[in-house]
Design a protein around this ligand. Structure first.
Ligand SMILES: *Cc1c(COP(=O)(O)O)cnc(C)c1O
Length: 356
């Protein structure tokens, strides 16, 4: 007798390794620097809006996310038809591949990059084409273009790149777009866009306006501090946005998440001040690391990457002993989120003491 069998790709899906919670140590505050979350507690207006939505939890949420789309359309200057919201931008990655890939179609992405990419690609029975990042953690745009074949349906551009930190420039993105066939989607994953401070930064909205094959993914999880509520959105020309909406889980984004996201857009000024403070901390940490003799990729996100190779697990253990939890990636390196000032000080203390 044989039992039910999932599609063959299901057994090949890599496991998602979530950032560990902090180890509890008596007499010591521990900090979670393992998931690139916003360390600030939610703003008062956001909490109240969420509370109001809690009062009506017996009702389904607005399936059309209409108030959220209106708020985003006004904020971004795009038509509501060009938006698709989902339970985090991770869900949008799944939806996009589900809507556009036949089994065996190829998706080109940098590696190491966001660990959800190969998971979502394999879930869709598509083929992950991983193009190594350069020694300084950047997307190798030429190699990514060279990796495109007639089977390629999508190219993922993660900017800033999680976990290595650098962003692509607008010139690099334009160079890529000029060489990608017009029927290949180009995802610009802007999960950390609010933290970018550089010359020739990507203007995602202008790029989407000029290119019907560009899809922007953004999230309320990082700068906006709503990781626990699961809400992200895509911006793309209508045919692509409509396909994303068509394959979405009905009633996926909860009423609480919709209300909190709208309130966060209303509280944007206060939120972006906090982002400025985190950017200042990121720059302080990077300067401290350089002073301590570390050569790490220049990060545009709310995290830094330590390319430690075999010493990665030791670094994670040493961090844990200092009361900070980092995110190790095998024998490649460790990503450390920018957190509270005290947490960042401990990271610098670790970096000064750890052999490098
Ligand atoms: C965190 C992250 C996301 C978004 O995650 P959601 O919480 O699902 O919105 C998307 N892309 C990258 C690169 C990320 O790091």
């Amino acid at each position: 007798m044989t039992g039910p069998t999932p599609r063959p790709n299901v057994a090949a899906i890599p496991a998602y390794v979530p950032g560990k919670p902090p180890t509890v140590r008596p007499g010591m505050t521990s900090y979670k620097l393992s998931s690139n979350e916003n360390p600030y507690p939610p703003l008062p207006g956001v909490v109240e809006a969420a509370h109001r939505a809690v009062e009506v939890m017996n009702r389904y949420p607005d399936m059309g996310n209409s108030a959220l789309y209106d708020a985003l359309a006004a904020r971004l200057g795009v038509p509501v038809t060009d938006l698709a919201a989902a339970t985090g931008s991770v869900a949008l990655i799944y939806q996009l591949l589900h809507a556009f890939c036949e089994p065996g179609d190829e998706v080109v992405h940098a590696w190491r990059s966001f660990e959800a990419y190969p998971i979502a690609i394999t879930s869709a029975a598509a083929t992950s084409v991983a193009v190594p990042v350069t020694a300084d953690g950047r997307h190798d745009i030429d190699a990514m273009v060279d990796a495109i074949t007639p089977r390629t349906r999508c190219v993922m551009v993660c900017t800033p790149n999680n976990p290595t930190g650098p962003s692509v420039t607008q010139a690099e993105l334009d160079g890529l777009l000029a060489r990608v066939p017009s029927d290949v989607l180009v995802v610009v994953d802007e999960a950390y866009v609010e933290f970018v401070r550089m010359d020739d930064a990507v203007d995602g909205l202008a790029t989407y306006r000029d290119h019907p094959n560009v899809v922007l993914f953004r999230t309320f999880s990082k700068a906006y501090g709503l990781a626990g509520f699961r809400v992200g959105y895509a911006v793309a020309h209508e045919p692509v946005a409509a396909a994303l909406r068509a394959v979405s889980l009905p009633f996926g984004v909860s009423g609480v998440a919709q209300a909190a996201a709208i309130a966060s857009l209303d509280a944007e000024a206060a939120l972006l001040e906090r982002v400025d403070a985190l950017v200042a901390e990121r720059d302080r940490v990077q300067a401290g690391l350089a002073e301590a003799g570390w050569d790490v990729p220049s990060s545009q996100g709310n995290f830094v990457w330590f390319p430690l190779g075999e010493r990665t697990p030791d670094f994670a253990v040493a961090a844990d002993e200092l009361g900070i939890v980092v995110r190790p990636f095998g024998a490649e390196g460790a990503r450390v989120s920018i957190g509270e000032v005290e947490a960042n000080d401990r990271l610098l203390e670790l970096a000064r003491a750890f052999p490098h």
